[in-house]
Design a protein around this ligand. Structure first.
Ligand code: ZN
Length: 442
């Protein structure tokens, strides 16, 4: 169907959904792609198009980049994370005029790693930020190697800016021997929690070009760290942007000789910051904007969100894969206080039906965790996994109902860490935050 008619129809759908009090989600995009599968070709974006992809940190990084850039121009972005072709098309339909023109200085798109070739085959792309590649839910995403090759193939025809994490071999390799595009590498200086051996199970331990075993000076988390190939030039990058002097407890770091304050509190957030700063330097964004954006950035929506419930300091965090879970456990371990943990595991379609990834979570290193509650549709699988790590089974409690789980979590005083996977986010946050409402009479 002629693209202008498709845009008109989808704008009506969007308006109608809005009248019903819904935000439209991916429906207008879904309809647009059904009516014209090449619809993305017809959008004409006046400003710079920036894409952010990777296994972990896409939403946080996209939001930080949008916040920074909005100081220097108008930004359109899928901040809520509808990050596949239908969600991105919905965003464009919503923001374009009837001829498909989108007037903005920056279009900042979070894009699912598997959809990069699909979306950007038809949409111009100026800057492409790649964060990290980890093993995700296998039944949804396939092997990491297949994914990397897919992105590499897409890059064969790419001529824009390519912004890569120098410390993740899975990402860094994308820049090796690329002559058509402009490659930039960002990194993060060794922090106090770095280790000399890999703490968690990870990928990327062999050189993809000569198959030699990669040598690491240190690991920051999982397989991310300072590595090089002893046999070829892989890993010997010129770093264009580096975040240094990191003190996560004090919430401080340095960039370009300036001290920054931040609420970011994990090493993996520091990599997201470094990616956002690298991108900002390409667009000549002032250091003052970087400073203010990072200082004012609030973590919420269950991403290391801190709340006080029933007088108990509580940290809520969403994890979707073993790397995210291991980073959260390492974060908990920096806290020497006695604490209790709750892990809510669902196996709905968006989570992936296969929950075998929980066996790659390193529960054996838990520090001062006095009790663990499990909940969700796979509460028992999670309890079995934790028991197998050597944790005292008498301290594990299983409640399939999330409300019952939360009620039991707060029967003891003290610090709580509440971890949940994707589809468990809304129910878990609601149950925890409502508990606060009930008990405090709010
Ligand atoms: Zn090599």
């Amino acid at each position: 169907m002629y693209y202008k008619i498709v845009i008109l129809i989808c704008k009506f759908v969007y308006k109608f959904m809005k009248l019903l009090g819904k935000n439209g989600g991916t429906l207008p995009g879904n309809i647009a792609l059904r009516l014209n599968k090449n619809i993305l070709k017809h959008f004409n974006i006046t400003g710079n198009v920036i894409a952010v992809t990777g296994t972990n940190g896409k939403t946080s990084t996209t939001n930080l980049i949008s916040n920074i850039l909005s100081n220097s121009g108008s930004v359109v972005s899928n901040r809520e994370g509808n990050n596949i072709n239908t969600g991105i098309t919905s965003l464009l339909v919503k923001n374009c005029d009837l001829s498909g023109n989108i007037k903005c200085d920056y279009l900042v798109l979070e894009c699912d790693e598997h959809y990069i070739p699909v979306v950007f085959k038809d949409l111009k792309l100026d800057s492409f930020v790649v964060l990290n590649f980890f093993r995700d839910q296998l039944d949804r995403t396939g092997e990491v190697e297949t994914l990397i090759q897919k992105i590499d193939k897409f890059l064969e025809g790419y001529t824009g800016n390519l912004i890569l994490n120098s410390d993740d071999p899975n990402v860094s390799r994308l820049g090796f021997n690329k002559s058509k595009c402009k490659v930039y590498y960002y990194g993060v200086e060794k922090f106090s929690g770095a280790t000399s051996s890999m703490r968690d199970r990870g990928e990327g331990k062999y050189c993809p070009f000569c198959s030699a075993r990669l040598e690491y000076d240190y690991y920051q988390y999982s397989h991310v760290g300072k590595f090089h190939c002893p046999n070829c030039d892989f890993g010997k990058n010129n770093i264009d942007s580096i975040v240094s002097g990191i003190d996560l407890k004090k919430g401080k770091f340095e960039y370009n000789n300036k001290t920054f304050e931040t609420r970011y509190n994990t090493i993996y957030n520091m990599y997201n910051v470094s990616a956002a700063f690298m991108l900002s330097s390409i667009y000549d964004i002032s250091m003052d904007y970087l400073y203010e954006s990072v200082k004012g950035f609030e973590l919420n929506n269950g991403r290391l969100e801190s709340v006080v419930i029933n007088d108990c300091p509580t940290v809520l965090n969403l994890v979707k894969n073993p790397t995210g879970a291991n980073v959260t456990i390492n974060y908990m371990n920096q806290d020497d206080e006695h604490k209790e943990m709750m892990f809510v595991l669902n196996d709905k379609i968006a989570d992936g039906k296969d929950v075998s990834w929980i066996w790659d979570i390193n529960f054996s290193i838990l520090n001062n965790v006095d009790r663990i509650i499990t909940s969700g549709t796979r509460a028992y699988d999670m309890a079995v996994r934790i028991k197998n790590s050597g944790y005292d089974v008498k301290k594990i409690e299983v409640y399939q109902s999330i409300d019952e789980a939360v009620n039991n979590l707060y029967k003891n005083n003290g610090k709580k860490y509440v971890i949940f996977n994707y589809t468990a986010t809304t129910d878990t946050r609601r149950a925890v935050l409502n508990y606060k409402g009930d008990k405090n009479g709010l």
